[in-house]
Write a protein of this length. Sequence first.
Length: 194
Amino acid sequence: MAENIHPIHDRLVQRNEREAANGHRGGVVWMTGLSGSGKSTIAAAAERKLFERGIFAQVLDGDNVRHGLNANLGFSLEDRVENTRRVAEVAKLFVQTGCLVICSFVSPTRELRAAVQAIIGAEDFFEVYVNTPLEICERRDVKGLYAKARAGELKNFTGIDSPYEAPEHPFLDLKTAELTIDQAADILIESLPL
């Protein structure tokens, strides 16, 4: 099948043209952390603030991709890896349009996040560790997932019976226990090389 595909990339509008028109560079902010750490909430707040500044930004998170693009995937290790791979490929396409993509995914292992970085490219990958203590995440537990995991109703839940490997050298370490949502979003935005 692939032999029938003829690339037209050289005829398309190029990334540098799009970034010049947008007035900023594209890239991927990869927000990682435990469930309940505030990843999606901070991502949404940052997207709104970026939009208000005229920055072309888009949030991708577990909820919006699992209802469509990845609706056929479950939560086995293999499916989690494939979910993350697909998201990375979609984010890479957005970057080519000059978009700043904010991805909000637990992505629990360093190996998984390294694979994402390899797909996107190190120069466009900004790993943000949403660093929230487990006890705070459990207290928030808006979806009731920790309670189910503690009761044994939910297996392989990250932070309970499945490990989370914190980034060793993230682009940004957001300690959310000490920050409001607005403060965290502002810190994130100000750290980006737009």
